[in-house]
Design a protein around this ligand. Structure first.
Ligand code: PEP
Length: 254
């Protein structure tokens, strides 16, 4: 059984006062075991304060990124042990904005995935193709290359305690989501690749869909057999919208 997970990626948005209001609203989405697991990923500087506000709820806290190195002279970076120290259970790795805007390649993403796991964090590995790659018929090649790079470093065992997110780059922040069938096709492909390594692990691994998830499309996306919830950007900044997305995400999976 896979319990759905709905994760909010706040990206570089918010302020202390905005966050307080947003978390108050998001806490109303907490249905405990009756609903999806809920995770919020604020910017690093707000993690501790948001974590305090989440205390006593069943909502989890995650970083939007993590350094591949454990400690040392890495100005501006945040390590996995620091994320753990401020109460995070998860870290997003390989988000397309990190890949495209900050030059993160598959190897670096794989090292970040492993670094998160070494500290007991659950990495959320994002994969996804650009519009050009989709139009060239290269979606499968791209997402499997991104997945294989991490399998090569973290091994099959690495996916025993991980989450994946299929996030087509053309759907992120564009208002144009993948159709449920498009999402299902890629999710099934990713799960099949993992099943070649370990069928039990593949059956247990949660694969989230991300890309313009909103209250109006969440339920039908999350209802697909291999879609185990969502990674939500823009819509996670609106507490009411995020709560409605979570309400559409309570599927107890395949
Ligand atoms: C994201 O940032 O991971 C994302 C999916 O953004 P949006 O929901 O805004 O498309």
């Amino acid at each position: 059984m896979r319990r759905s997970l709905v994760a909010g990626n706040w990206k570089m948005h918010g302020s202390r006062s905005d966050n307080t209001r947003l978390v108050e609203e998001i806490l109303r989405a907490d249905q405990g075991d009756a609903g999806p697991e809920i995770l919020v990923c604020p910017p690093f500087v707000y993690l501790w304060e948001v974590g305090r506000q989440l205390r006593g709820s069943s909502l989890a806290l995650g970083g939007q990124d993590v350094c591949a190195e454990a400690a040392g002279a890495h100005t501006g970076e945040v390590s996995a042990s620091m994320l753990k120290d401020v109460g995070c259970s998860h870290a997003i790795v390989g988000h397309s904005e990190r890949r495209a805007l900050y030059g993160e390649d598959d190897q670096l993403v794989a090292r970040k995935f492993a670094a998160a796991q070494r500290e007991g964090l659950t990495p959320i590995l994002c994969v996804g193709e650009t519009l050009e790659e989709r139009e060239e018929g290269r979606t499968a090649e791209v997402v499997l290359r991104q997945l294989d790079a991490v399998l090569g470093v973290a091994g099959t065992d690495g996916f025993m305690r991980a989450v994946m997110a299929y996030e087509p780059v053309w759907a992120i922040g564009t208002g144009k989501n993948a159709t449920p069938d498009q999402a299902q096709e890629v999710h099934a492909l990713l799960r099949a690749r993992l099943a070649e390594k370990d069928a039990t692990m593949a059956a247990c691994l949660r694969i989230l869909y991300g890309g313009s998830v909103k209250a109006v499309n969440a339920a039908e996306l999350f209802a697909m057999p291999d879609v185990d919830g969502g990674l939500v950007g823009g819509a996670s900044l609106n507490g009411e919208e995020f709560r409605r997305i979570c309400e559409g995400g309570g599927k107890q999976g395949a």
